[in-house]
Design a protein around this ligand. Sequence first.
Ligand code: 5RP
Length: 235
Amino acid sequence: MTAQADELKRAVSFAAVDRYVRAGTCIGLGTGSTARWAIVRVGERVALGDAIVVVPTSAATERECRELGIPLAALGEREIDVAIDGADEVAADWSLTKGGGGALFREKAVALAAGTFVVVVTPEKLVARLGAFATPVEVVPFTLRIVARAIEAAHPEARVRRRGGESAPFVTDNGNAILDCSFGPIDDPLALDVSLRAIHGVVATGLFPSALTSAVLVAESGGVRALGEPHARRT
Ligand code: 5RP
């Protein structure tokens, strides 16, 4: 990653924390190289005395929060006011592909529990339709082969790849495996998510329905802009 790209990630995550995180609240913090900067900003706010409690979306985020002295809560312990997270793709309707870092299950759990879900991205993540980035599908390892076969049978256009290769499979924080599935352009992310989750052994997919997203912030060389009007969560 270039220093310029990292600076955009920093700018958009700092803007999200400054705009959406109020002292005295509990928030969700995402995973990845963009959301990492939101952790840094929350760490600064906590160091200055703001009472902010974080529900982390991964073991990596939890570790970074601990290193910065950010108080943590478990999911369900406190109301989550806002969750801030990155994305691999943001479609025109604000549906998302997430899970490039393998944290999709916890990221979706935290986004669903939050009153407001703010997505922070750099411009190359914006797409007309999802699908260029392979869809991560989290699978119980015992069922990995039959789930892969079921996906390919139901979606003949899909190419299934085991993340990490055959020899060293990727293991999620939940002890599961990931299948990266290329479906081509995805017309209806919600319907695809529902059909994939109907396969026994699939735990979650990285397809986030548009109704989950409350706001999208994009960092550009001229500054951070909000994509359209923020709206209340619709799920
Ligand atoms: C991790 C994610 C990340 O938010 C997504 O992969 C984007 O990461 P980055 O900001 O590093 O590009 O979903 O599971």
